[in-house]
Design a protein around this ligand. Structure first.
Ligand SMILES: *Cc1c(COP(=O)(O)O)cnc(C)c1O
Length: 376
């Protein structure tokens, strides 16, 4: 391969500055059976009704989809009591998160986020030449005062995942309200609720939709990739002020959702029982995993309190018991987890909540690794 010459097409420097997203691993060397606990997917597979709907939609694959995703937006509006015209659907919420800086920031503008934020946000900012700015957090929880202190005249957007990925931490309802109240009204606050459904019924949690319904500068995003079990279908949605949604509609591809994807999502949305079972299972086994591994604190391994469908573990910086060594040991035992080195968190390992068998197994493998390494 020849290196770039002055005559070659030159990559935009702000695109060149992107650190490419590193997805969770999904296969083991040698094709051994594995439990994939690296991407926060639903361990029970897609809802059967969604599989049927996607298969049925395949029969119409020669027709372009409805570019406005009207059927899905109608279903969302009915389920969450939202205004149809203020909903937009995307090929995953990732796509919608990319649209936000495209519409509301430009070269040199700042996109503010807490430290340890979702890895997609800096990419979304950089692709339009904007600058991702991180405010310090407090023990992995977003710090409202630090965020407000980091606001400058160039701040255009604040991005907050609540609960956050990869930390799992949640910001209390009052804190989200305080952040919003103190932000300049020309700054768009994005509340990414990819894990919101896991907190259904928690009175101290603001799922973002209520604020997006009333405030002129709040956008709430959601996904079908997590509790609804449709990560491969790529369906996300957002709700916000009309002028924000209108702008985002201008930059999306005219047929950004496939028909099978949106039909699958409509069917998944109708299956309340499936999502509720997933939520109950997740809460139970997340708490079980935290309790079962609590003793590892003696070796400096700490489970960060999580409200999502995973737990992030923090390891000592050096010594025999590191996140990197744990990652490899778990892999050898048949469990793919996420070592967060690409997120600049080499001390941390994120483990998704799997089935009961997977959760018990990964906990035992983690305990065995720590005991083995610590006594070696
Ligand atoms: C998983 C996740 C998403 C959703 O991504 P999709 O593109 O909808 O699959 C968005 N935000 C956060 C914080 C996530 O963890």
């Amino acid at each position: 391969m020849r290196s770039a010459t002055p005559a070659a097409p030159r990559v935009n420097p702000w695109v060149d500055a992107i650190h490419a997203y590193v997805p969770g691993k999904s296969a083991m060397p040698g094709g051994k059976p594995i439990a994939k606990l690296s991407s926060n997917e639903n361990p029970f597979g897609p809802p059967p009704a969604a599989v049927e709907a996607m298969a049925r939609a395949g029969a119409n694959a020669h027709r372009y989809p409805d570019g406005s995703s009207a059927k899905l937006r109608e279903a969302l509006a009915a389920k969450y009591a939202l205004e149809f015209d203020r909903l937009i659907c995307g090929a995953g919420s990732d796509e919608l998160l990319q649209f936000v800086p495209t519409c509301f920031a430009g070269p040199g503008d700042e996109v503010l986020m807490p430290a340890h934020a979702f890895a997609v946000y800096p990419i979304a900012a950089r692709r339009v030449g904007a600058v991702p700015v991180e405010a310090p957090d407090r023990d992995y929880v977003a710090d409202v005062d630090a965020l407000l202190a980091a606001v400058t005249p160039r701040t255009r957007i604040v991005m907050l995942a609540d609960p956050n990925n990869p930390t799992g931490t949640v910001l209390a309802k009052g804190e989200v309200a305080r952040l919003h109240a103190a932000l300049r009204p020309d700054i768009l606050l994005v509340l990414d609720g990819a894990y919101a459904e896991y907190l259904d019924g928690d009175a101290d949690y603001a799922d973002g939709l209520a604020l997006a319904h009333t405030a002129p500068n709040v956008l709430a995003t959601r996904t079908f990739s997590k509790i609804h079990g449709l990560a491969a279908a790529r369906v996300g949605w957002a709700y916000g002020p009309a002028h924000v949604i209108t702008a985002m509609d201008k930059v999306r591809g005219p047929f950004n959702l496939t028909t099978p994807a949106s039909e699958g999502a409509v069917a998944a949305l109708a299956d309340d029982g499936y999502a509720e079972r997933a939520r109950v299972h997740n809460t139970r086994w997340r708490e079980w995993l935290a309790t079962d591994t609590a003793g590892l604190a003696n070796h400096g391994v700490r489970a960060i309190p999580s409200a999502a469908n995973f737990i992030m573990f923090e390891f000592p910086e050096a010594g025999p018991v590191t996140a990197e060594a744990a990652f490899h040991a778990l892999m050898a035992a048949g469990y793919i987890t996420r070592w967060l080195v690409a997120q600049n968190m080499p001390r941390c390992l994120r483990i998704s909540i799997g089935t009961e068998e997977e959760t018990r197994g990964v906990a035992a493998a983690l305990r065995a690794f720590v005991e083995r390494a610590a006594t070696a």
